[in-house]
Design a protein around this ligand. Structure first.
Ligand SMILES: CC(C)(COP(=O)(O)OP(=O)(O)OC[C@H]1O[C@@H](n2cnc3c(N)ncnc32)[C@H](O)[C@@H]1OP(=O)(O)O)[C@@H](O)C(=O)NCCC(=O)NCCS
Length: 227
């Protein structure tokens, strides 16, 4: 599966420079406001992987000193990228979990994207009943027990990726999005498709795919023509 208009990157805390000279002045100020080390570290890694994906997507960005790039959040929480204070045209999405973060960028004006990183770990029946549709819960529970954590993780991550692409996040009922998979192929190299059974968007083209990065999965939602 290819994402011709979408660039993505992955980074771990080991990739972070020893100094913080790569942050913009706004980012340096924001960093000082975090009280909890976990949130501080995730936020920092999110900024690093976002700058990494911008450089990958736009070679001209590589010549800009990193402190002149800034990753901010809109009122909704959605991330935006600025270069010398001017917003770059396109859409950025990011996700962080523990020592890993991923970011995606597209410059394509009619495309909305959302990326999500989730750890494959058991989820309670109560969680699945509260946040999954009946069909999603049935699909998880019909899997052999050893695959149920992966199945639930994929569906949850797929929902979050779509809700990020739509920029609502978890402000709306997660059952407004329904995700399914046709078969659970456990291979690490390739992006594999997930089905969007329904979503709040009426866009012409909505695709969802996932990549296994044990013990995590990454999902990427691409929604075209819905602006
Ligand atoms: C977006 C959301 C689904 C992500 O949840 P998560 O699994 O805990 O965290 P992830 O690491 O996968 O993603 C976090 C990133 O999502 C992005 N994000 C936050 N809100 C977003 C939104 N409405 N749309 C798109 N992306 C959003 C941010 O870049 C955030 O990272 P950052 O704060 O370091 O910049 C969830 O945080 C949410 O619904 N947030 C909106 C509601 C809310 O509580 N807002 C608080 C005030 S901003």
């Amino acid at each position: 599966m290819t994402h011709s208009a979408v660039f993505w990157a992955l980074a771990s805390t080991d990739d972070l420079p020893a100094d913080l000279n790569w942050l913009s002045s706004e980012e340096t100020t924001k960093l000082q406001q975090f009280k909890f080390p976990k949130r501080r570290n995730e936020w920092l890694l999110g900024r690093w992987v976002s700058k990494k994906v911008l450089m990958k997507a736009m070679p001209q960005i590589s010549s800009i000193p990193l402190p002149q790039l800034s990753i901010k959040n809109e009122e909704s929480g959605a991330p935006i990228a600025l270069s010398n204070g001017s917003r770059l045209s396109g859409m950025l999405s990011l996700s962080h979990r523990e020592d890993l973060a991923t970011a995606a960028w597209t410059s394509q004006a009619d495309l909305r994207i959302g990326i999500d990183l989730e750890k494959i770990e058991p989820r309670s029946t109560a969680f699945i009943q509260d946040f999954f549709t009946k069909a999603e819960a049935a699909q998880v529970f019909s899997q052999p027990s050893e695959n149920q954590a992966l199945a639930a993780c994929l569906i949850w991550s797929g929902k979050e990726a779509i809700l990020k692409a739509l920029q609502t996040g978890l402000r709306i009922d997660t059952r407004q999005v329904e995700v399914a998979f046709t078969e659970l192929v456990i291979k690490e190299e390739d992006w594999q498709p997930l089905q969007i059974v329904h979503s709040p968007s009426s866009a012409e083209s909505q695709t969802l795919s996932w990549l296994l990065q044990p013990p995590y999965v990454i999902t990427l939602a691409e929604i075209a023509d819905c602006r």
